[in-house]
Design a binder for this molecule. Structure first.
Ligand code: SF4
Length: 448
């Protein structure tokens, strides 16, 4: 269905202009809905008939598909924009590791334990591997079931069951019925059988073919059968083809309104070379991949991929923030000095890390600055002397330390006079401009 215009939407609204949705008129609300800047649920008076029509029109152009259950579930798709500066991307590219049933159980255990234990903590967020893919390679249905059960016991996040045989995918769907797996992948010949298995067992399914036309024909068939939890598996090609096919699928769904391409994508990466694998996985993360599966787990590669992913999928309109409070760095006591910085996560983690690296135990006062960096917060009037003094009082700084030394960032040296007036009895010390100079500042200036 082509997107409805504001005027078309307005015809379906109550037209009472009651303002309860926060817009002055139903037309203004309709315009916001058309621009996807409001939710239909914000109007309490929409009729069921209008909800059905508008709900279908408001479906995201890329379907959201969730695999796994509980805390281990991961969602893909749901995207509404081509570029993150337009609006936030909704679901991060999931990253998985490939396993298969030709591995012995001890090797499977070793690989799963390694992946499960891996966690990257970055700017206050814990980043994990999302999924494992278990491929049927042994040729034995019994062995495949045994391995799937073993993996399901050892791994509580999402599972992809991969087989070329529809009967094996049905077996996998039945074995993992409680885990909502992704069945990968149906071809034109196996489409109906895999769909039946997925439907009967509450699984999602991927479809694949050599070209996008054939894939689109398969998703159309699934749609006609009212099966929506589909994923498009794009097969390996050159980097250029990978980039092009990912972009065509996203553009087709968003710009051309092609429902047949409006699904998240799956791609297995296996170039035989770790660097090339990292490049291909990086392209998936940067350009529209729903889930990417790597052949091996390599912690060094995952630091890069998860960091890239975090940078792309954070909301550019919402700075990542830490809670405003007085943080203890090391084991400070009543004689420890205090540093102050803003609650922009990146700033907080860099400053706290540099103080920690110096070996000094100190307090770190972090006022509410709406997640802005030091200069931006100062320019916005959120990091001046009066604001910092008020935060020191509200957050109970004076009850934690008798030492009255407060180090401010060098970039806002101009607030030192104002701060001295607002915090009588405190010695305001201008620290370095760059966090990288904190350690030498502590050794050469503060300790002197
Ligand atoms: S709440 Fe509904 S009826 Fe009231 S102004 Fe908004 S759209 Fe119109």
């Amino acid at each position: 269905m082509a997107p409805l215009t504001g005027l078309q939407i307005q015809k379906l609204l109550p037209k009472t202009n009651c303002k309860e949705c926060g817009s002055n008129t139903c037309l203004a609300f309709a315009m916001k809905l058309a621009a996807k800047k409001a939710e239909l649920s914000e109007c309490p008076y929409v009729s069921d008939e209008a909800k059905a029509i508008l709900g279908a029109a408001a479906e995201p152009p890329v379907r959201t598909v969730t695999i796994g259950v509980g805390d281990g579930a991961c969602s893909m798709g749901g995207e509404t924009v081509m570029f993150r500066h337009e609006k936030t991307f909704v679901n991060r590219t999931a990253i998985g590791i490939a396993l298969d049933d030709a591995m012995d159980l001890a090797e499977l255990d070793r690989r799963i334990a390694e992946v499960k234990a891996y966690r990257l903590e970055r700017v206050g967020e814990v980043l994990l591997v999302d999924a494992v893919s278990v491929e049927a390679k042994s040729g034995s249905a019994e062995k495949y079931v045994e391995v799937l059960r073993h993996v399901a016991n050892a791994w509580d996040r999402a599972i992809i069951a991969r087989a070329s045989d529809a009967a094996l995918l049905r077996t996998a769907a039945e074995t993992l019925k409680e885990r909502r797996p992704l069945l990968a992948s149906a071809t034109t010949d196996t489409l109906d059988a895999v769909r039946d298995a997925a439907t009967a067992n509450g699984a999602a399914m991927a479809v694949t073919a050599d070209n996008l036309d054939a894939i689109a024909a398969m998703t159309e068939q699934l749609r006609a059968a009212d099966f929506r939890d589909a994923v498009i598996e794009l097969r390996a090609g050159s980097l250029c083809e990978q980039f092009a096919s990912n972009t065509i699928v996203r553009r087709g769904a968003l710009k051309a309104g092609l429902k047949s391409l409006g699904y998240p994508t799956l791609r297995y990466v296996n170039t035989g070379n770790a660097i090339d694998d990292a490049v291909e996985a990086g392209i998936e993360i940067a350009k529209y991949g729903g889930i990417v599966v790597l052949p091996e787990f390599d912690p060094a590669m995952f630091v890069s991929l998860l960091t890239l992913r975090q940078n792309i999928f954070t909301d550019p309109q919402k700075p990542i923030q830490v809670e405003p409070k007085v943080y203890a760095i090391g084991a400070p006591n009543e004689n420890s000095p205090t540093f102050v910085t803003t609650n922009f996560s990146l700033t907080y983690f860099i400053v706290s890390g540099e103080i920690e690296n110096s070996g000094l135990s100190a307090w770190l006062l972090v006022p509410e600055c709406e997640g802005m960096s030091v200069l931006a917060a100062w320019a916005a009037g959120k990091f001046g002397g009066a604001k910092i003094a008020a935060a020191a009082k509200e957050l109970g700084l004076e009850s934690q330390t008798a030492c009255r030394k407060l180090v401010i960032p060098g970039y806002v040296s101009q607030i030192s006079g104002e701060l001295e007036e607002a915090l009588p009895g405190w010695k305001i010390i201008v620290g370095p401009q760059e966090a990288g100079d904190i350690e030498s500042f502590i050794k050469n200036v503060l300790a002197a």
